[in-house]
Design a protein around this ligand. Sequence first.
Ligand code: DSN
Length: 408
Amino acid sequence: MDKKIFSLLKKERERQRWTLMLIPSENYTYPEVRKVVGSVLMHKYAEGYPGRRYYQGMEFVDQIEKEAISRAQALFGVPFVNVQPYSGSPANSAVYFALLEPGKDTIMGLALSHGGHLTHGHPKITFSGKFFPSVQYFLKEQPPFFDFQEILDTALKYRPKIIVVGTTAFPRLLPWRQFTQIAQKVGAYLLADISHIAGLIVGGAHPSPVPYADIITSTTHKTLRGPRGALIMVTKKGLEKDPKLGEKINRAVFPGLQGGPHLHTIAGIAVALKKAANKEFRAYAKQIVTNARVLAEELKNKGFSLVTGGTDNHLLVVDLRNLGIDGKEAAERLEKEGLVVNANTIPNDPRPPSRPSGIRLGTPAVTARGMKEKEMKIIAQMIADVLKKNQSVKEKVKALLASFPVDF
Ligand code: DSN
């Protein structure tokens, strides 16, 4: 028994049990997923794809990978899926590796500080901005929050080969149709990175990019509630544009970027996809959004200012400038009281990313615990008590969590 690690594991389990998990990219997965992820499947090597492996002993793991693929195809309504990427960044890397020539072809994506992701062409410090020319677009303050003419002008000027639409801190619905029109005009592939909203999409709580995007990437551990992993999907539209897209993506994942797939994760993904096809999951996805809306409204009623003025999805970004504290200080004060959020930049943030002006909150995990509108009002009150009145809410957080136990 490794006392040190197992005692830390126990402490982390208790931390997750007794704090409010309000980081929008985090969630609780299912006991069945944890069981297969911690199983004998991790003993197996399986480089290649089902039926075309470089190892023996594939009888059962081939069936597992095929089942994960067909469940994802059915759930998202796409003809091609690769379930092997280790996580979201490797999934996006594989798409770029499959379709772009390094140093030549341009990636265009939403700026990180406006709610995009590091892998969407963030310049200088990420592979996506170092190995490829990249150009960024930005959010506007007023709806529809994207200036489509400006984005089109930028695209016409820089001629990206891939336009990425995907966010980590944007609280509104994504306008797939307008982006597909822009991509068409410049002859770019449209890549939808739905990592944050995959669960909302399959649960019918956010429009699907499937009719509009050529390629879709997603992590599997956020609103989808699976293990840490990722999917790369090609739509019918994408295959019509390039019938070899799937093949190119498979080759980019293996042997291009990765070695042996994590079969334990792939089995976990399959289990989570089956859960996400149930009607209970649709209710869960809708409740995530209802909860986020109530949390947003309650915070606004208490004088908090929200980026974009509210939310239509699972997350909200609070602009703390009117409170005179920065996001890091707010997140640390909340953590001491048992509310775990993360500091986040706001669009055009005057502060540095290490001490940004906002905090980002999300409802997927608290909704997974069974919390509803009433509890969102309590959480909003607790946030106000901590940040505005400097009051302790530790005991109230524990009392709330005691009524919504987690299964681990
Ligand atoms: N790190 C994830 C998030 O928190 O949104 C995105 O990769």
